[in-house]
Design a protein around this ligand. Structure first.
Ligand code: AMP
Length: 193
């Protein structure tokens, strides 16, 4: 199994690049944002609870997200590997993920961190909001999400750096250029399927 974390702030292109990576390397895509939005859409108890945080640009509590990830990994035991998108977002989540994977005799092999300048992030998210219909892509909530990223999520990069798994990738280029940079890193571990 090859397990990849695609890391970066909101608006850095994790969702778009995950789709590109999945189509070439046939990994199982796990996006906690997508899983949560699905729960919200279906008005499950988890979704109703999560929405309160999401609408404010705050992170959903760790135990909620970790539980969702665990069942998703179990459902896809035969996968070639996983690409984690938008997870882990706290050090507690990163530690929990290591434990979950160890229990399944596997591990995170590589963490690719997309680096995008802050004004670009804000512009990308606000213009996405005009078409995505996402209620958290307004200027007010975007600013809160980026603040939450700096205080809780950015330290996760250090966690993986200390474990020798982190590679920075310039995400300011076009979608295709950035995908080439990501592929160059992945190809060191895994060939296209
Ligand atoms: P995203 O689509 O990844 O930008 O996530 C949208 C929102 O879902 C975030 O602003 C959080 O409220 C919530 N969320 C997604 N992933 C996580 C996570 N790993 N931990 C906590 N909250 C999350």
């Amino acid at each position: 199994m090859f397990n990849l974390v695609l890391f970066g702030p909101p608006g850095s292109g994790k969702g778009t690049q995950s789709e590109n990576i999945v189509s070439i390397y046939k990994l199982e895509h796990i996006s906690t944002g997508d899983l949560l939005r699905n729960e919200v859409k279906n008005q499950t108890p988890l979704g109703v609870e999560a929405k309160k945080y999401m609408d404010q640009g705050l992170l959903v509590p760790d135990e909620v997200v970790i539980g969702m990830i665990s069942s998703k990994i179990d459902e896809n035991a035969d996968a070639r590997g996983f690409i984690f998108d938008g997870f882990p977002r706290t050090e507690a989540q990163a530690e929990a993920l290591d434990k979950l994977l160890e229990f399944k005799n596997t591990k995170i092999n590589l963490v690719l961190s997309l680096i995008v300048s802050e004004p670009d992030l804000i512009n990308r998210l606000i213009s996405r909001g005009e078409t995505s219909g996402r209620s958290d892509d307004t200027e007010e909530v975007v600013i809160k999400r980026i603040k939450e990223y700096h205080s809780k999520t950015a330290p996760v990069a250090n966690y993986y750096k200390e474990h020798g798994k982190l590679e920075d990738v310039n995400g300011n280029h076009s979608i295709n250029e950035t995908f080439k940079l990501l592929s160059n890193q992945i190809n060191k571990y895994l060939l296209p399927a």
